[in-house]
Design a protein around this ligand. Structure first.
Ligand SMILES: [Zn+2]
Length: 289
């Protein structure tokens, strides 16, 4: 057994038995894609057997002070709306009766437009760069002003990338997914000008208002980038609840516009997953910061 595997076995075992101060709050899991449905099934079955899986309405009611959640409540969320969520996660959620939240990038729905980082990765790997080198470009672009990133990406090799359609969002809703707001184009909002941010929110909210059962008031920060300076804009646009990507529990009393989530991958092996959802992995992560 590798050291990494053994470490996670120990962490997972310990975290599973740890309940209390480390784990005060709700576990809001933040996923992205679903490359290996078998591993994700094991995670869902583990959660069903050991935790209370809740939906967005219950989470909202609790945050509004209208409901008290059990200590072991878990809310599952997916960011971006990758097609693998429909292909691989939706059938499992439907079969197992597990609710979830999907944060979509509204301008991309029904198009062949790739997520902007996919276009960067594709362009540079076609130029024989390593995937790691391409990701370095992506990470650099997350730090520059929004208009600069948009101009840079628009000059790269075109890529056709089938996105979810509006009809497929309805299929996801039927499988238990609440569809919510992840902006119109997935900019880093702390790199946007005020008019750029307002436009992103207006377009995403208009899309969700038109979608029966959409949640225009619930937001996830792209890349987790938030800024207290932008809270007023979010509030002005009617956003009531916004999720971070900071690998922590959603603590009681946390500001509604800065609600923590635990970073998880659907292909995490069960021992690693247990250590994340159990609280030990997030705890060690917070210590390191
Ligand atoms: Zn995202």
């Amino acid at each position: 057994m590798s050291v990494r595997k053994l470490t996670y076995k120990v962490l997972g075992w310990t975290a599973h038995r740890l309940r209390g101060p480390l784990t005060a709050g709700t576990r809001v899991l933040a996923y992205h894609t679903v490359p290996q449905p078998d591993r994700y099934r094991r995670q869902l079955e583990y959660l069903r057997a050991n935790y209370t899986l809740i939906d967005l309405d219950r989470f909202l009611a609790a945050r509004r002070g209208r409901e008290v959640l059990p200590d072991d409540a878990v809310l599952i969320t997916f960011d971006d709306g990758d097609r693998s969520v429909l292909d691989h996660a939706a059938p499992l959620h439907r079969e197992l009766g597990v609710p979830a939240v999907l944060f979509v990038v509204s301008d991309l729905i029904g198009t062949q437009t790739p997520f902007w980082w996919k276009r960067v990765e594709n362009h540079f790997t076609l130029q024989e760069a390593s995937y790691a080198a391409a990701r370095e470009v992506v990470n650099h672009l997350k730090t520059v002003p929004n208009a600069e990133r948009v101009a840079f990406v628009s000059g790269l090799t075109e890529l056709s990338y089938p996105q979810l359609t509006r009809e497929e969002l309805t299929v996801l809703q039927d499988a238990g997914f609440a569809i919510t707001n992840h902006t119109a184009t997935h900019p880093l909002i702390d790199r946007c000008t005020l008019p750029e941010l307002e436009d992103e929110l207006d377009r995403a909210i208009a899309f969700l208002r038109d979608l029966p059962g959409g949640y225009p008031k619930v937001f996830a920060y792209p890349n987790g980038n938030s800024s207290p300076a932008l809270d007023a804009v979010l509030r002005e646009k009617g956003i009531e609840l916004a999720f971070l990507f900071d690998h922590d529990f959603a603590r009681p009393g946390q500001d509604m516009l800065h609600v923590s989530r635990i970073r998880t991958n659907t292909d995490d092996r069960l021992a690693e997953f247990k250590s994340k959802v159990g609280g030990l992995h997030p705890f060690l992560y917070q210590l390191r910061r």
